[in-house]
Design a protein. Structure first.
Lengths: 233, 369
């Protein structure tokens, strides 16, 4: 065995003479060094790209909500009809119910008494049917609307914001909050207060139920012009 | 394996006999490190490329969103303006000032209880909003838009409102939710904003101002100046740097030296100009209680990245984008607009210009004396 090693060393030395470089295969230490450097670089890249993906997700979430609100405004103006925006509770993949859905629709009153869904127009209890114009939009997983009235006044208990419950696809009931875009380019919300909807990461909400986390985005609706504006730290 | 012994000196073998066929050998550490370095350079270059693409995407998105907002604002302006009201009527004119209604009336002339005024917002002899950072032009008028904050009136769709548009520079601390202003929660945004003055019916000041007996600009313009100061303006679009409103009247195509801008040669148009001698007497009589038949409305909007750049450069001071003499002579509209646009390009700001001519539905323009 020893003589075998010596023979190989001799061969190696022999080759070194030929090419003026060391011609040995790399050793474990060298290999480990390279692997370590590569791993270090990869982890650095991964960390950066994770941040990028995260922030892109957040931007996507904000943009989705803003698009829905702009669509509602535009639809109300082009169709010359009031358009409702519903903020709904939705379940995530783990079945946790949170405010994370948004849907736009219009009122569809059934006027034929023999048709299904007809309601007798009794004062106080008559509620025309909500007819969705698009499928509900869910925030990307991990994002929710901040449930506190301080940061999301549209989710609070206000007389201008209708609230109720609907039956979800799983049969359970979910709360919704509803407000209206008017055909003349306004919202049917009083101008006396600001109307906000704050997007945060779900884990930040569970940490501090009533505080604003460091990373958030607030969408504020100017009710007189129905413009949604994004504020982000 | 055994580590390579760099300092070992074995017995000197003769010159290599196998020089012609390169022996199979592993990479050396140096080679490996070199390749790694090259690889990392390629990686960095690729990362930069992806970053640049993402940045371009972000700019594109911002532009698209921004100009969409400006377009929506522009549409809203044209819709509101085209239905503005003046409700003029003919009435006796009595001699004397104030009119002596016991005397024999001298003639008939147009009268109205409302008011329409447009022109330079903060500069010139007839500034409409003399205080505050308001570049470009402003317009104030009335319309039956049915806006009210009184729930009992909410179904009255034709309530009279006073309305207006102007550009303002500043932050939006007063408009946004209080928690956004607390501490350094959200950065202040110094921007040019297109403001829409919306006075709900219950706050209408036009009749209370007694317009028919006013004889100076302060009295005649109080209805919109007070409303604007009382915070009844709302942001219609951000990053609108110029609003230019030019009243026009069509002229015969041939055989005349008249220009269509003659109804407002310096952009100033006031249906009550005769009450405070604001223009030439011929023009005052011509525009007396008459809506101009056509309005050319022009908006210039920046995109958000450009506006950010501008805000970083000038902070809370209003950047002087419009040169002082610009948009004061209606005949030079095209040259002024071109100059303004090239000034924006020179500053490396991306912008879009929206322009249209609106027909005022309620204008009953006639040039009869």
């Amino acid at each position: 065995m020893n003589s075998d090693l010596t023979a190989r060393a001799g061969l190696r030395l022999d080759r070194r003479r030929c090419s003026a470089r060391r011609s040995a295969a790399f050793t474990l230490i060298e290999l480990l060094l390279v692997v370590t450097i590569m791993a270090l670089m990869l982890s650095l890249t991964a960390g950066v790209s994770q941040g990028v993906v995260n922030s892109m997700n957040f931007r996507q979430a904000i943009q989705n909500v803003k698009t829905q609100l702009d669509t509602a405004r535009q639809t109300a103006m082009t169709k010359n009809r009031p358009v409702m925006v519903r903020l709904t509770e939705e379940r995530d993949d783990l079945g946790v119910l949170s405010w994370r859905g948004i849907q736009i629709g219009m009122v569809e009153a059934v006027t034929d008494p023999s048709a299904s869904g007809y309601q007798r127009p009794v004062p106080g209890s008559y509620e025309p049917e909500f007819k969705a114009v698009s499928p509900p939009e869910r925030l990307p997983s991990g994002f929710v609307f901040h449930p506190s009235d301080a940061y999301s006044t549209l989710l609070g208990d206000h007389s201008a914001v209708a609230s109720g419950t609907v039956t979800g696809p799983d049969g359970g009931s979910r709360k919704y909050q509803e407000f209206v875009f008017l055909p003349d380019g306004r919202c049917a919300l009083p101008a006396s207060q600001s109307w906000t909807l704050t997007l945060v990461r779900e884990r930040d909400v569970s940490d501090s139920a009533n505080d604003l986390p460091a990373d958030f985005a607030t969408i504020q609706i100017d009710t007189r012009t129905a413009r949604a504006r994004i504020y982000r730290r | 394996m055994m580590p390579p012994n760099l300092t070992s000196r074995g017995p000197q073998p003769p010159l290599c006999p196998h020089m012609h066929r390169l022996p199979a050998r592993g990479f050396s550490l140096v080679e490996l490190l070199t390749s790694l370095a090259i690889f990392s350079i390629v990686l960095v270059a690729m990362g930069e490329m992806v970053g640049a693409v993402l940045n371009q995407l972000r700019i594109g998105e911002a532009r698209f969103g921004q100009f969409q907002e400006s377009q929506a604002a522009f549409d809203s302006i044209t819709r509101r303006l085209s239905t503005c009201e003046l409700n003029p009527y003919y009435d006796f004119q009595y001699p004397g000032s104030p009119p002596d209604t016991s005397a024999v009336p001298t003639r008939y002339d147009l009268e109205s209880d409302l008011h329409f005024v447009s022109g330079p917002a903060a500069s010139g002899p007839n500034a409409l909003l003399p205080t505050g950072p308001h570049p470009g032009h402003a317009i104030f008028f009335h319309g039956t838009f049915g806006l009210t904050d009184n729930p009992a009136w909410s179904e009255l769709g034709t309530l009279l409102n006073s309305w207006g548009y102007y550009v303002e520079f500043g932050d939006d601390d007063g408009q946004r939710a209080a928690f956004l202003n607390a501490g350094s929660t959200s950065p202040r945004r110094h921007r040019f904003r297109l403001k829409e003055l919306q006075v709900p019916a219950e706050a209408l000041r036009t009749y209370a101002a007694g317009l028919n007996v006013q004889t100076n600009a302060a009295g005649l313009y109080s209805w919109f100046r007070m409303a604007a100061a009382a915070g009844q303006s709302h942001t219609l679009a951000e990053n609108v740097v110029a609003l230019v409103i030019s009243p026009l009247s069509p002229v015969p195509e041939t055989g005349t030296t008249e220009k269509e801008t003659d109804v407002a040669p310096d952009y100033f148009y006031d249906t009550r100009a005769y009450q405070h001698a604001a223009t030439s007497s011929a023009l005052m009589q011509r525009t007396r209680h008459q809506l101009p038949p056509l309005l050319r409305v022009t908006l210039v909007a920046l995109d958000e990245p450009s506006a950010q750049k501008l805000a970083e450069a000038s902070g809370s001071d209003m950047p002087e984008l419009l040169s002082t003499g610009a948009f004061h002579d209606a005949t030079k509209f095209d040259a002024d607009l071109q100059q303004f646009e090239s000034a924006l390009t020179e500053r490396n700001l991306r912008f879009r210009t929206f322009s249209t001519t609106i027909r005022l539905r309620n204008a009953r323009w006639n040039d009869l004396p």
